[in-house]
Design a protein around this ligand. Structure first.
Ligand code: BGC
Length: 409
């Protein structure tokens, strides 16, 4: 279980907001949620409740810096094992070439492998990397809690183990975690869904539905909990209504991060709950699932709802949708920067130098709090996309109108 101290603050805030939402007097008002013109809605109180929830997301995610020295050094030019999961989103695909190029440029011999077929394939790949003498193991896990045996072997062989993007769970045998701030990603998504609905969907209450990532991915929890730290106060005060009633991470999870699974669930929800109601917002944890929700809304004939949908990854296929307003937002987590951070750390490990981390409190993997080096995610909407992607050759072309064909891939 991870520990997210921010959660406690958000829940305390929720209590206050509930009072704000329930205690104020009623007045008539047009509602984003098509509540049928109910007289019982205090729009001002609900608006205030949502504004407070949105404002609860602190800016910046810089933590306190400290250092660790997990390695006594090894030969320059060493083999570095990089075990990646299935290619469930564009960031993983891009990571392969970036790891190869940047590791080679720094003089190492990278061994990059994808576990397309799941956990046992990844276990075998890691065992093979250990046998082949890697000095550092960088792991983007399929399932972070299923690698304990292999990671113990790695530690016994003197290998430094770095959890990459996804935390390695329930093991002592992980030295370091390097990722974009996942909890913050969720908070920014929740905030954007609220802000987008308040800007474009009339007055609250708003109907929303929730989608979470794959239950075997350790990131799915901080994404969801971060988002719910912002959305839950709105649900509690009545400003956000989840007509399906599906609000727990388990209920809204998407096995394997597969678009087909999210789309099927959304089809069922739309058919059962929204034939005569507008769906104002969808919390989606990434762009692949955002596009699944969009496809579902379109096939249900609800494109005109202009549902506010969140995403993550800045996938090229989502950028034109963002520019058109079909998907409200995404998150930019520049993979080349995350890979560069790993290469910088590998250099420090090679020389036996200390490594700087900026979070030694949050990422509890069930056995220990893993020293973490967090990078800051960035929110992207139609308003700032051109600016955010200016140095990203792949993404900047996709902000053009019309977008070139390669962005649809
Ligand atoms: C990554 C996300 C990605 C998801 C699905 C997560 O672990 O952090 O960026 O969207 O996996 O591939």
């Amino acid at each position: 279980m991870k520990k997210f101290p921010q959660m406690a603050i958000a829940l305390a805030a929720a209590g206050t907001l509930m009072l704000a939402g329930c205690g104020a007097s009623n007045r008539d008002g047009s509602s984003g949620a098509n509540t049928g013109g109910s007289d019982d809605v205090d729009v001002a109180a609900l608006t205030q409740c949502l504004q407070d929830a949105s404002a609860s997301v602190a800016t910046g995610s810089e933590g306190t810096e400290s250092t660790i020295t997990p390695s006594t050094g090894f030969d320059a030019g060493a083999k570095i094992g990089i075990a990646l999961p299935a290619k469930t989103s564009q960031n993983w695909v891009e990571a392969e070439g970036m790891f190869n190029d940047q590791m080679k440029a720094a003089g190492y011999e990278p061994m990059v492998q994808f576990a397309t077929n799941g956990v046992s394939e990844q276990q075998n790949q890691i065992t093979s990397m250990i046998t082949q003498g890697v000095k550092v193991l960088v792991v983007g896990a399929v399932d972070g809690s299923q690698l304990g045996g292999q990671l113990d072997q790695a530690k016994a062989a003197g290998i430094t183990v770095i959890a990459y993007d996804r935390l390695l769970m329930n093991t002592e045998s992980v030295d370091l975690y390097v990722a974009y701030d996942n909890y913050k990603v969720g908070q920014l998504q929740g905030q954007a869904v609220i802000d987008g609905m308040m800007a474009d969907q009339g007055e609250p209450p708003y109907n929303i539905e929730l989608i979470a990532g794959s239950p075997d991915d350790a990131n799915s929890t901080p994404f969801f909990e971060g988002a719910m730290s912002v959305l839950q106060p709105g649900i509690d005060c009545g400003a956000l209504i989840v007509r399906s009633g599906q609000v727990t991470q388990q209920q809204v999870a998407t096995q394997g991060w597969l678009a087909a699974n999210a789309q099927k669930r959304m089809d069922t929800i739309l058919g059962a709950n929204y034939t005569d109601a507008k769906l104002n917002g969808v919390l989606s944890p990434n762009d692949t699932l955002a596009r699944a929700a969009i496809a579902s809304l379109e096939s249900a004939g609800k494109a005109e709802d202009k549902t506010v949908i969140s995403g993550q990854d800045s996938e090229t296929a989502s950028i034109p949708l963002i520019m058109k307003g079909t998907q409200y937002m995404t998150i930019y987590k520049d993979t080349s920067k995350l890979v560069a951070e790993i290469v910088k750390i590998v250099d420090q490990l090679q020389k036996g130098e200390p490594v700087t981390v900026n979070d030694t409190a949050t990422y509890d993997n069930g056995i220990k709090i893993v020293p973490t080096d967090l990078l800051a995610p960035q929110v992207v909407t139609a308003d700032n996309a051109a600016e955010v992607y200016v140095d990203d050759a792949t993404r900047s072309v996709c902000t053009a109108d019309p977008a070139p064909a390669e962005c649809d891939a």
